[in-house]
Design a protein around this ligand. Structure first.
Ligand code: GDP
Ligand code: IMO
Ligand code: MG
Length: 422
């Protein structure tokens, strides 16, 4: 069997959680392959809203394994909170959840470093979620990191204290900030027991064995392609490979195992945190989208920056990920718009192109837009693609043609069932 992939094509928050939750019953395993508690994936069903950070979005479905892969970084404190919420919701998480031993641990001092480096950057800050993501991946590639499997091994405490000591030395480079290390450390140590209560696996063997047995696997991305460490709007990115290639390294599956790649995009565009955003509408249109779309971060509560769809940007993401199907979300947010715009080209350095420049931050990009009529009617209750208003269908079909990939899902609301499957 192959691994299907669902991942974000923009700057995150495309609605991955919702669509994974919807698709999960078609699979035996849902697996996260990168990122960590910087992610916030929202699910809505039975009039309840759930936000997941490290736990895969298949956790509410029966008879399904949810694997947290080696490419993910784990903060035991956040993880314990998520487990607590699942307990309260009566979800039998213990039998559904597996955690890869090779996943790296976020220490309290990783969060401390994240906050201190961001504070020191001032206006040039990345706008990190302050969850310790960057410093943890730095220690991973620097070969200093602690892994989940280490918590049950001899010498764990010494390793922890050695790494913490290194961090405290590093922290002297930065102006002092408020951080209650003693308290955070005590909580961290306590919550390690929650990690110990989860079934730990050698994720690569575990997953490949399941594939050999014919099990169907869906890999769930976090963040989005424009936040990828290599291909995103560097340095305003996250610290992992968010593209399809990350599935192979983050789960231990061979490239030949990759099946369908479902790329997910909003019908417009958002970004949270700093960095370039060519089609941003820092005006009434942006405010309209933020209000109608409830565009506030699921992890940090920060208002998201909003703008028009950026088709050259999406074409880039389609290329990087090998997208075979598109899921378009939040179409309903555009319901009351007189007209809709989408960038089809950029103008910069005296040229007109559909390609992103090397340094998108230093380049003055002028997006060239195409205008579409709005539909000015609600979409709730529509379950068949054919029942969409003509103008909505025209907008989607333009996207399809431009990107050369079929739209197989169109989402018309936050609830699990508000989804048109074609
Ligand atoms: P993720 O990080 O990609 O899982 O996305 P988030 O959960 O951070 O943000 C998506 C937000 O949009 C959440 O509040 C969802 O409940 C909501 N949402 C998802 N799909 C739709 C949709 O089709 N329409 C509307 N109005 N909201 C949606
Ligand atoms: P999901 O999975 C949107 C952004 C942050 C910041 C940059 C780096 O919910 O789509 P980090 O904490 O990773 O060092 O922050 O990346 N960012 C996200 N933006 N959705 C996310 O995840 C994000 N995860 C990180 O805002 O700009
Ligand atoms: Mg999110």
């Amino acid at each position: 069997m192959t691994v299907d992939v669902l991942l974000g094509l923009q700057w995150g928050d495309e609605g991955k959680g919702k669509v994974v939750d919807f698709l999960a019953p078609r699979y035996d395993v849902v697996a996260r392959f990168q990122g960590g508690p910087n992610a916030g994936h929202t699910l809505m069903f039975d009039n309840q809203k759930y936000v997941l950070h490290t736990i895969p979005s298949g956790i509410f479905r029966d008879n399904l394994i949810n694997l947290i892969g080696n490419g993910v970084v784990i903060d035991p404190i956040v993880f314990a909170k998520e487990i607590d919420n699942l307990k309260k919701a009566g979800v039998p998480y213990a039998e559904r959840l597996r955690l890869a031993r090779k996943a790296h641990l976020i220490l309290p001092t990783h969060r401390y470093l994240d906050a201190a480096t961001e504070a020191a950057k001032g206006k040039a800050r990345i706008g990190s979620t302050l969850k310790g993501i960057g410093p943890t991946y730095m220690d991973k590639t620097g070969r200093n990191g602690l892994r989940v499997g280490d918590i049950n091994a001899a010498g764990f405490e010494e390793k922890y204290h050695a790494l913490k000591a290194k961090h405290l030395t590093l922290l002297q480079l930065y102006p002092e900030i408020d951080f209650n290390l003693e308290q955070e450390e005590a909580r961290w140590m306590e919550t390690l027991d929650v990690l110990r209560s989860i079934q730990l696996v050698d994720g690569e063997y575990y997953l490949n064995d399941l594939l050999t047995q014919g099990k169907r696997v869906l890999a769930e991305g976090a963040q989005g392609s424009m936040l990828d460490i290599d291909f995103g709007t560097y340095p305003f990115v996250t610290s992992s490979n968010t593209v399809t290639a990350g599935v192979c390294t983050g789960l231990g599956v061979a490239p030949s195992r990759i099946g369908e790649v479902i790329g997910i995009t909003k019908a417009y565009c958002t970004r949270v945190g700093s960095g370039p955003f060519p089609t941003e509408q820092d005006n009434e249109t942006g405010e309209f989208l933020r209000r109608e779309g409830g565009e506030f971060g699921a992890t940090t509560g920060r208002p998201r920056r909003c703008g028009w769809l950026d088709l050259p940007q999406l074409r880039y993401s389609v290329l990087l990920n090998g997208v075979t199907q598109l899921a378009v979300t939040k179409i309903d947010v555009l319901n009351n718009m007189e007209h809709i715009e989408a960038a089809t080209h950029y103008r910069y350095d005296g040229i007109q192109t559909d390609r992103l420049p090397y340094d998108i931050d230093a380049t003055a990009i002028e997006p060239l837009y195409r205008k579409f009529p709005g539909w000015r009617q609600p979409l709730s209750g529509i379950t068949q693609y054919e029942d969409l208003p003509d103008t909505a269908a025209q907008y989607l079909e333009f996207m399809e043609q431009y990107l050369g990939v079929p739209i197989t899902m169109a989402s018309t609301g936050p609830e699990r069932e508000s989804l048109i499957v074609r």
